[in-house]
Design a protein around this ligand. Sequence first.
Ligand SMILES: NC(=O)c1ccc[n+]([C@@H]2O[C@H](COP(=O)([O-])OP(=O)(O)OC[C@H]3O[C@@H](n4cnc5c(N)ncnc54)[C@H](O)[C@@H]3O)[C@@H](O)[C@H]2O)c1
Length: 454
Amino acid sequence: MFTRRVAVVGTGYVGLTTGACLASLGHQVVCADIDTAKVERLRRGVVDIVEPGLSDLVTEQVSAGRLSFVVGATAGVSEAFPGSSGSGDLDAEIVFLCLPTPMGVGGVADLRAVEAVVEETRELLAAGTVVVNKSTVPVGTAGRTAELLDRADVAVVSNPEFLREGSAVHDFLNPDRIVVGCDTAEAAERVAALYARLGAPTVLTDAASAELMKYAANCFLAMKLSYVNAMAELCERVGADIGDVTEGIGYDRRIGQAFLSPGPGWGGSCLPKDTHALLQVADAADFEFRLLRATIDTNTRQRQRIVDKVRHAVTGRRTGSLTRVRLGLLGLTFKAGTDDLRDSPALAIAALLRQAGADLVGYDPALVAEPGNPDRPLVDEVEGVPLVNDPTEAAQGAEALVVLTEWPVFRTLDWVAMAGAMKQPIVVDTRNLLDPATLRRAGLTGYGLGRREA
Ligand SMILES: NC(=O)c1ccc[n+]([C@@H]2O[C@H](COP(=O)([O-])OP(=O)(O)OC[C@H]3O[C@@H](n4cnc5c(N)ncnc54)[C@H](O)[C@@H]3O)[C@@H](O)[C@H]2O)c1
């Protein structure tokens, strides 16, 4: 079997998945992270992100001797490639950078983590090493990384990652495509060969196209969601039903059924920062990307629209007051299937509701305590929203429940008991998740988005 020695720097959602999956493909992987406590937990077999299959895969690959964890990029490179001294050893292999690239000042991507690791490791890399950037980075980063490395004998490759949180392992092992961008064909082919066993279509291209491709994909998805949210609003105004409209258009293969559900606005650790970063890339290239700006503006407006909907549902008036109105929030993560709260639309809406004076209490199945598990303690508040361990506690005395994350378990809650605990029987379902007939039978009035019943 074709195997390589690989160092993965950054063991978050992307890095840990990359490390464990590459090990499962037979490669010898050392994962490095700056977070000592995280590395210590990983060494004990504790994966502290909610990601189906990841924990088992990590345990399996560690037992098989193909995966290990170290603190710091320097140790990662040294342990992955023992004997390398930066002086031309033949065992130089591949270093993946899976580092955070959060939104920086003015919306530009903050590349400090990537640059710090490049600085830290540049002299350790053996001749012939390939540095692969899996982080989402603006066009030109591969070139700047090469400048920073200042090593003619080390290639820089862009290999953007398209996995989704909540199905990261599945997505990594069953990708729609692999993208490898480099201005040197030999380095690109070495990276593409790592994935050969997956049998996925592979796009070999230049570094700039690979870097742009990741933003092009995420911004297209954001645009699709903003479009659906705008269409849901139009449905409400003209008496149409968004579920029927999206079902009808989704059968068109040019459109597809995916990403057609209205919601509280897109969020998470990728779409907000990536849309802003691409806008900055466009600005720097003197291109007025109006479509993208409108995509972002529509999303910002969507959050206020949800607050207005809650206000109207609870008070019966568009200008009614939410001061001291108790609201139970169901779901705080940015989507179901993950515990990730970064840039969650639920938290953005919670902040607006609090500004409007509401008293909030939240419940999220990914944030409940696991009795007897010290690695899953009780989270008692998130960004000022007190959390409870049970959905009926969130309903207790509430004047409305607001469903903000599409956790399937909410569908089968005991809605009669929920209604019995509430002060007012109102549910605002920003995900169109719940069955309106079930709510009606429980004596609740449900408000969805763009639904005929709304
Ligand atoms: N999360 C996703 O769904 C997803 C999908 C595709 C692409 N991406 C992109 O991949 C990149 C990583 O995202 P993520 O969600 O895995 O981030 P993350 O925050 O979950 O993980 C980043 C890890 O890097 C570590 N780190 C930071 N600085 C370091 C340093 N100097 N040395 C070693 N480790 C360091 C952090 O401790 C953390 O564990 C981002 O650019 C993101 O846009 C993310």
